[in-house]
Ligand binder design. Sequence first.
Ligand code: BES
Ligand code: ZN
Ligand code: ZN
Length: 502
Amino acid sequence: MYTVKGQFDFTQEEEAIVVGLVDKNRKLDGIVSELDSLLNGQISTLLAEGDISAKKKEISKLHTLGTLKIKRIFFVGLGKENDIDFEAVREVLGKAVKTIKKSKVEQFSVLVDTFTTEKLDVLEVGHALGEAVALATYQFANYKQKSNIPDKELSEVTIYTNESAEEVKASLDVGTAYGKGTNTARTLVNLPGNMLTATDLANHAVELANKYEFEVEILDKEEMEKLGMGALLAVNKGSVEPPKMIVLKYQGKDQWEDVIGLVGKGITFDTGGYSIKPKDGIVGMKADMGGAAAVLGAMEVIGELRPEQNVVAVIPSTDNMISGDAFKPDDVITALNGKTIEVLNTDAEGRLALADGVTYAKHHGANYLVDVATLTGGIIVALGNDITGAMTNNEELFEQVLEASYEAGESIWRLPITEKHKERVRNSKVADLNNSPGRDGHAIFAGTFIGEFAEDTPWVHLDIAGTATTKSDYDLGTAGGTGVMVRTLATFVERFNHTKEN
Ligand code: BES
Ligand code: ZN
Ligand code: ZN
């Protein structure tokens, strides 16, 4: 879909070119001033008159009406030079791509050098463009008789640069891998519960394994029973759908050591069970496998980019249903690591599934753990819909996840886990733990509970209940699954540094 070429020739034929405009009080330089001269000063005049704007996210279209063989120019406002960073360019390009797509242009060329600044080089712009095109053109195929997917997709994007075309192509490909992995996660989240069961999620993992030569293990119910995965099995009890424990292994080092475990909550539908959700709270619970989607999306990126790291992805998966067989409040269950749990709330099922997921990741050699889960409504009350909640038992591992989240432009904010929280989670007359100590700060109890299974292994917990989905369209995506944390996880894995004392 991409061709990267050298210097742009303004006399060539083009359907559309995309040019970045840095807000420099209407001063033009470089390629843009060359273009301005060819257009007899039109750009400067239109800028001065306010018909074209260099303000951030302003997109202006200019038809050359035959002055040049270039039919139209999309000017993309970047804002003030000092404020332009990777995230800004990614979003601006997303908006530009959406605008171009609406204009029915099928082929366009991007003059990437016009998007660079002293702080942002062309390789970063290439990465941003690769992500932006993938993310901004994403659409989930709905089930209407008249399809929402247009017959013609954007088919050709040509990139022109005076820098190394090969390097720019490589960075575009990296950005595209990140974008596509995110889109896969979005689709998994958007699929309804009747079309994405634990078995379907497992099948997706097997497809990934075949494509990227990952080792794969899918445990069925009998195997889980033999191993004693009583926590995940309890959640599955009310369901007619068999549970799956999904494991993917990517070995990027000679030895299976320094293994990063990524554990994703894979509840394909959460009714709440006998602690049933109110009817308005059930709608949308197809997205309760957003953590699993993030992990699988990240594994796709990892499969494409093949970093020198070892990763084991673990996804405990089932739906949380009601039947004569379902688990109940007051039940006492035994998790894979032998800890007993008093079930006080069947709607706090994610932490149960994750308990066995985390333990199983350790069985597979995970030395570092990051779990991702649509875990609590409490995190939405605390942090809203733009910020993912984080908890940890290890400062250095958290720092690395935080750094990755900055790089990916996906905000996270840490909440504390104190001894008092641990006491509350351990407070049960009949078992080692209880799964629901109360509503007061309950996002923290959920994290604390998972920490009881991470034990001494460095661990970071990411609660994406608020960020896994969004209600409205935005520059880099549509309403529905966001694919949040795919890019953070993949960046974290790519950059992971074992030499630190963890
Ligand atoms: N899947 C939900 C959390 C959730 C809520 C995700 C809203 C996305 C949007 C989770 O299993 C749950 O029900 N948590 C309970 C925990 C409570 C019982 C302690 C909650 O948040 O109310
Ligand atoms: Zn629940
Ligand atoms: Zn849930």
